[in-house]
Design a protein around this ligand. Structure first.
Ligand code: SF4
Length: 316
């Protein structure tokens, strides 16, 4: 039976009237499409940490020591302490929810994965993270976070879906029995996926896997976990995916005739040109691998998405 993915979501994106102006920011993709496949855990850092509706807007300011503060635009009240305390407690509570990812409201000083932070007298601005998004990144590193705005872009949406499932596999690895063999198997099966995100990340993880056996396994697993998260944070692009698809197609060079090779090549080039979704060359590669059975290729997570992941990718 398929497991539904569980996502933490900013409550205003689900239509709850909790914004500072008393309104919401209902997101049709979440509510009408993603909701068919996911269980949502709504959260609103500002109201749940004690602020009312409506309320004054809040801006983030960087102080002299670099510490960021949440300051009310009208009252100049400092909400930093209550926001931080709430975020820490909420992140702890969410560990029990077994979240796969979070979709947080863009540009919100509390929720936003990317927000504007004012510096000096306010003329200078830099980009940082909202208070809650920052706590999630620190306390729940295997939870994939995106803003609803970034999911409007089909490429970023697909990346989000891929990372949700990859982090689930990583979680299973790091929470299971720690052996060198499991780590090597995992790294082998994730090769094409890692290459599609970061070839350098893949090579660096290979060096982690090959560390001397006297190094404690806990340390090796921790380094692998951090490196894997880092590698997947690089966006996969059409060009990187095409390299990986061509690499996979190379496995069939002795199996396919000229017409079959031509069809596979056209599917890859059609994807490169933006005329076909990634699922088309992937489906073709899987079709040929069912026929010719290359075990290494058949084990690649890149070519074997979970059925639910495949359906979500088709929507991406
Ligand atoms: Fe609440 Fe976050 Fe939406 Fe603001 S952006 S209303 S804090 S859920």
């Amino acid at each position: 039976m398929e497991t539904r993915i569980t996502l933490g979501v900013s409550a205003c994106l689900l239509g709850e009237n909790v914004r500072y102006d008393g309104g919401c920011k209902l997101d049709p993709y979440l509510v009408h499409t993603l909701a068919r496949f996911a269980r949502f855990v709504p959260l609103c850092p500002e109201t749940e940490s004690g602020m009312g509706v409506p309320r004054e807007p809040v801006d983030l300011w960087a102080g002299g020591g670099g510490e960021v503060r949440a300051v009310g635009r009208e009252s100049l009240a400092d909400y930093s302490r209550s926001w931080r305390e709430w975020a820490k407690a909420k992140a702890g509570e969410l560990e029990g929810e077994d979240l796969w990812g979070m979709i947080l409201k863009s540009r919100s000083p509390s929720c936003g994965p990317q927000v504007e932070i004012r510096e000096g007298c306010g003329q200078k601005r830099r980009t940082g993270m909202g208070f809650f998004a920052e706590e999630v990144a620190r306390s729940l590193p295997l939870v994939v976070v995106e803003s609803e705005e970034s999911l409007y872009d089909p490429g970023r949406r697909e990346n989000f879906i891929v990372r949700l499932f990859a982090m689930r596999r990583l979680k299973k690895l790091v929470e299971g029995e720690k052996t060198r063999g499991r780590l090597v198997d995992f790294h082998t099966c994730e090769k094409l996926l890692l290459m599609a995100h970061s070839a350098e990340g893949y090579r660096s993880l290979g060096r982690t896997v090959a560390r001397p056996t006297k190094e404690p396994l806990d340390r090796v697993y921790e380094a692998y976990r951090d490196g894997f998260i880092g590698a997947l944070s690089h966006r996969s692009t059409r060009a990187k995916n095409c390299n990986v698809l061509l690499h996979a197609a190379g496995y069939f060079k002795r199996n396919l005739d000229v017409i079959e090779k031509g069809e596979l090549g056209e599917a890859i080039e059609g994807y490169r040109a933006g005329l076909l979704p990634l699922t088309v060359p992937m489906t073709l590669l899987n079709h040929w691998n069912r026929r010719w059975r290359h075990p290494w290729l058949g084990a690649q997570s890149y070519l074997n998405p979970h059925p639910l992941e495949l359906r979500l990718k088709c929507l991406a």
